[in-house]
Design a protein around this ligand. Sequence first.
Ligand SMILES: Cc1cc2nc3c(=O)[nH]c(=O)nc-3n(C[C@H](O)[C@H](O)[C@H](O)COP(=O)(O)OP(=O)(O)OC[C@H]3O[C@@H](n4cnc5c(N)ncnc54)[C@H](O)[C@@H]3O)c2cc1C
Length: 292
Amino acid sequence: MYQWQEYRQPKSLAEAIEDLSNAPVPAVPIAGGTDLLLDMRQGRHSNVHTLIDLTNIPEMNTIEIQGESLFIGACVSINRIINDPLVQRNAQALIEACDLIAGPQVRNIATLGGNVAHALPAADGTIALLALSATANVAFPGGVRTMQFQELFLGPGKTSIDKQTELIVGFSIPLAKPGQASAFKRIMRPQGVALPILNCAVWVEREGNRINASRIAVGPGGPRPFRATKAENSISGQYFNDDNISKATEVLLEQGSFRTSPRRATSEYRKSILPGLFQGTFKKAWSRAVVE
Ligand SMILES: Cc1cc2nc3c(=O)[nH]c(=O)nc-3n(C[C@H](O)[C@H](O)[C@H](O)COP(=O)(O)OP(=O)(O)OC[C@H]3O[C@@H](n4cnc5c(N)ncnc54)[C@H](O)[C@@H]3O)c2cc1C
């Protein structure tokens, strides 16, 4: 038996926004359904009357260069991202994150927008987008606005977008320039089961042996997807060597909040594996950022 009464399939963004505001309530957007349908079936989601399927909206299915950015539509599947040459060239961390999400069947239908909108602090695509300094395009009844990625998140499972009227259209990532690269790693139970014990994404800009700039994201490192700004500040402008990486690791451990979660890991375990995970990810991004 279905757990909803009506299923709408808008063909345009305008139609989807209209449906969201005017369809019989509660009206909820659905993309791949890999999070939402499980939540509904397992009683973790409130009652739904209308599902609004976003997967036929052209803007949400696009991957393209827009000016100085790479735009990825919210309904692009995880599998399509992994195989896209534009993403491969500009956002290695996102490729590596998507390649570790779930198993092949889930990756075929799960979307990047759903991964972000579910707002879990260790969602792999989300952590990669955070380190890549993404912005989000959010549609509302009057148009589309751009938001800093971090502003999307209020807490576990909670976004700042108005669920009754707004939709995430997609994400823009600055194009990679020479000397810039990124990487993603995670520590997990067997792949395909669930979220990681800990994940990490790093973006770095390199000039010779100097770290010009860096961005570091770790999940779960707090109630919202966590950007390690203090570790970034401690290492940016420094030379790449073991001492400076160790100092940044200490700052990272201090700033993050690595909690115990009942099914995945204790706080102590997370803190003990973080140095190896962070340093391995940083070194991987660094080695890629060579100017040919
Ligand atoms: C077996 C299994 C293993 C998994 N493993 C991992 C893993 O290793 N790593 C990981 O990160 N995730 C994992 N997941 C979670 C899941 O697959 C991802 O979060 C997925 O990317 C969600 O996308 P979706 O299109 O299925 O979202 P949906 O389930 O369709 O939607 C999720 C939520 O987002 C909302 N939503 C969707 N699109 C939009 C939009 N454009 N605008 C506004 N709101 C929107 C929906 O209303 C819903 O609240 C796993 C899931 C399963 C079932």
